[in-house]
Structure formats: C-alpha cells, structure tokens
Design a protein around this ligand. Structure first.
Ligand code: ATP
Ligand code: MG
Length: 449
C-alpha cells in the first residue's frame, strides 16, 4: 500500500513532489489525471490523497466528491492556485482535510502529511484499549489493525473479565505472554500477582518444587520451606508457559489443581486451597501430543476451555507497518522508515514472528542514518527463494523470477569476492559496468539485494 496518491497534471511539479516526499520516507503514487486517480483508488487504498483542483479531464471538486463516496478513511488535501480560495472552501465543505495554496513549502507539506499519518496510525494502535476498556490502565499495548489480530483481541477482551481458563496457542514470538498479561490486566485480579512460569525452561525434577513448593526437609537440600508459584499467584493469575512440555506426572498434579483448586506442598501433610486464574500457552500442537499419548486428554480439555490462537506474523503482514512504528517508539528512535524498507519487511516470512521483527528493527535502527532503508534491514538469507503467496502464475513468469534469483546470487557472491569492486565484478560476471549498476539498482529496489 502506498501512503499517498498525488493527482497533479503538471509532470515536473508532480515528480518534484514525489521525489521530495519519498526522500522523507513517504511512499507516493502519481496520477496525471482524474480518471487515472479513480482507477488507482479502485485498486488500492491510500492514506492520503493530494488533489490539484485544476485537472485536464475531471474538475478537482468533482473528483473529490466521487472519491469521498466510496472512501471515508482517506484524508484529502487540496492544492489550489492563488485566487481560487472559494473553491478550496467548497472542497473543505465536501470533507477535504486541508488545502494548500500554490506555491507552498514542501517541508510544510511533509510535516502536515506526517501529522496525518501519525494520527491515522494512532487510531489503530493498541487495539485492546478502545471502547469500554479504555478506562483500564496498565494493560500492555497490543498493536495491530488487521482482522486476524482484531479478532483475537476481541476474544481476549471477552474472556479476560471471567475466571475462565484460557489457552493461548501460537508460534514462538507471536505475543503469547503479552496476551496473557493483557488478560490478567483486563480482569478483576489485576491488582493481585501475575506469576509466569516457563515449563520448558526448568528441569522436570525441579519444576514440581517450583510449581507447588516444598516443606522443609522434603528432599535433600530443602532446608527451608518454599512457596510454589501457585501459592504466590493466589488471588491472581498463573501463566503456565509451554504447558505442552510438562511431563505426565506433573500433568496429573496440574489436573488435580484444576479440578479441586487445591494441592499439597512437596513433603507436605496438609492441603492448601488456592484461588488462581489459569492461563496456559503453548507453541506445540497439543492435540497431536494427546494422540501420541504425551499429553493427557482430560487435562487438554480442562485447559482448552477458551482457546485463543494468535496468528503468525506472516498471516497478518498488514500489521507490519504499525508494529515497526511501535517498536521504533519503544526504542526511542527518531528515525523513520522508507516505504521500500517496509516492502522488504513485508516480503519476508518472519519465522520468529514479532520478536524477530523487534530484533531486526533494533539492528536497523543502529545501522541506518536518518531514514531506515532496505539495505539497513538485515534478514537471514532466504532458504526458499519464492514463497507460496507470491508464486508466479505462468511458466514465463516463473522463468523470469528464477533468473532474477540466480542473478542476485551471482551478483552478491561476486561483489563479496571482489570486495565490492564493481568494475572488477562486472568483468568477472561478463557484463558491462553500466549493466551491473542497473541490475544492482533494480534488485535493490525489489529488496532482493
Ligand atoms: N501485537 C503486538 N503488539 C505489540 N507488541 C507485540 C505484539 N505481539 C508481540 N509483541 C512483542 O513481541 C515480543 C514477543 O512477544 P511474547 O514474548 O509475548 O511472545 P511469545 O509468543 O510468548 O514468544 P515465545 O514463544 O518465544 O515465548 C514482545 O516484546 C512483545 O511485547
Ligand atoms: Mg513466551
């Protein structure tokens, strides 16, 4: 998605605008006449439309009226020549956001655009804290705008205030712990403890002690009484992370806690009653573990009263832009991201999900100058050069995609070998210097190099 569509018939002015905005990291598409603008709008969404009032085919006002009919999210800015203020006012009545009288200062336009974009994005941010829950403080920010993540947020908001056991499923780095914390903070238990325990990180022999605690002398080395996580979480929430890694013995004990809300410390002689809300998480396919008899079926059903599946980042690439802004804000970065860089991020599949995106942006933020560019974004080499979503449709397209991938590899390797000496590299791969430069430019643009 481009950020902005500029509708301007004067080619030199249009390209000047496009170049200046793109220098500021804003992606721009240019339409030279009204009909073309309508076609573009039909095909894709723009956050801002900048319309020149005087166009060769359609009057700017009529164009605005037409566009506003189908699109209420886009903000429109009107460019007018001196002396046509009345028409600008007319445009404002039709819902234009603002108008600019030519000649105007491009820097000012950039500032205005950035303000609008930020406003738009803030609207989407923190999907949890909208509507009635906006009163609740302290819940972590969960960012997203796509239907997939919004659906998850809605489910979570429904489950949170109840005492239901919630099971959060998702690949590593998708935000399972974040959602678990949000669930706690959106419940009436929020002022009591949230205790997290990673069942995969603690050796089995020690895990029981960690969960349930022990009496003095329960085993060699138990010199004092130890409270377990369940006791520590009393009146609050316990988060059992990677619950699929519990061994069968502890699964049985956990089942009992779930059924009876009570347990005994190791070596203990009396029963401890607790009032704890349980949230479990796993990145494994629990049903499969059940089939393999590695996970108790009864426990599975007890835990999966309210299952929530967090989709992997590659299934919601529309969230990448917002997440990137959010991550940079958390890093206190004053850098912006070019739209080509965003496109590169969107082409990648993110096996490590949002955590991997965070790490990538942290690196990029260090490397980049003022604007984060594709070359500042370091991604592991693609093992599979084409992913399923972007598989070419025809054999001819497949052949050309294949050729591009091969060329990129050859160029990369040769540049490495020649330590970036381009004329030597060109000689070695048998093309002219100019051809090599063009190829590099082309593949950089596509984010392949
Ligand atoms: N929707 C989101 N909005 C903002 N930040 C997010 C979002 N989802 C995840 N994060 C951030 O991504 C990082 C990873 O999230 P988290 O630790 O909750 O994932 P996880 O699923 O528990 O990962 P793992 O399986 O590796 O333990 C955290 O820094 C978290 O704040
Ligand atoms: Mg986690």
């Amino acid at each position: 998605m481009a950020d902005i569509l500029v509708v301007e018939d004067k080619e030199s002015f249009g390209s000047m605008l496009k170049a200046s905005l793109e220098d500021a990291g804003i992606s721009v598409k240019l339409a030279k006449e009204g009909k073309q603008a309508l076609r573009f709008f039909k095909k894709e969404k723009f956050e801002i439309g900048i319309i020149d009032l005087r166009l060769p085919d359609i009057d700017g006002i009529d164009l605005l009226r037409e566009l506003r009919k189908s699109d209420t999210d886009t903000k429109f800015l009107i460019m007018t020549a001196f002396g046509t203020i009345e028409r600008a006012v007319e445009a404002m009545k039709l819902g234009a956001y603002d108008f600019l009288t030519k000649p105007f200062d491009v820097e000012q336009l950039i500032a205005l655009i950035q303000r609008i974009l930020e406003e738009q994005r803030r609207y989407y941010e923190n999907i949890l804290l909208r509507d009635e829950t906006s009163k609740i403080y302290g819940a972590p920010e969960i960012i997203g705008k796509g239907p997939a993540i919004k659906h998850v947020a809605q489910l979570l908001q429904k489950a949170a205030p109840t005492d239901t056991t919630v099971m959060i499923m998702g690949e590593s780095g998708t935000g399972k712990e974040l959602f678990a914390r949000a669930c706690h903070m959106l419940s009436s238990r929020k002022d009591n403890p949230f205790v997290a325990i990673n069942c995969a990180a603690i050796p089995h022999q020690l895990l029981e002690n960690e969960l349930f605690g022990s009496e003095k002398g329960a085993f060699t080395g138990a010199v004092t009484k130890k409270m377990g996580k369940f006791e520590l979480a009393n009146k609050g929430t316990i988060f059992l992370d990677e619950v699929g890694d519990l061994d069968l013995d502890l699964q049985a004990k956990l089942l009992r806690v779930l059924q009876e809300r009570s347990f005994e410390r190791l070596g203990g002689t009396y029963v401890i009653n607790i009032d704890v809300r349980i949230i479990a998480a796993t990145n494994r396919d629990l049903m499969n573990l059940v089939k393999e008899k590695k996970f108790r079926e009864d426990l599975y059903y007890r835990l999966s009263v309210f299952p929530i599946r967090i989709p992997p980042l590659r299934e919601r690439k529309e969230d990448i832009r917002l997440l990137v802004d959010h991550i940079l804000k958390k890093l206190r970065s004053d850098k912006s991201v070019s739209s080509r860089a965003i496109e590169k991020l969107k082409r990648y599949d993110w096996p490590g999900n949002i955590r991997e995106l965070e790490n990538t942006m942290e690196r990029a933020n260090i490397i980049a100058k003022k604007i984060i560019q594709p070359e500042d974004i370091l991604l592991p080499e693609r093992k599979v050069p084409l992913n399923k979503e972007e598989l070419p449709k025809t054999l001819r397209a497949a052949a050309s995609a294949g050729r591009e991938i091969a060329e990129v590899e050859v160029i990369k390797k040769t540049l490495e070998k020649t330590r970036n000496n381009k004329s030597e590299a060109a000689r070695r791969i048998g093309v002219s210097y100019k051809t090599l430069l063009n190829r590099i430019k082309k593949y950089r643009k596509k984010g392949l190099l």
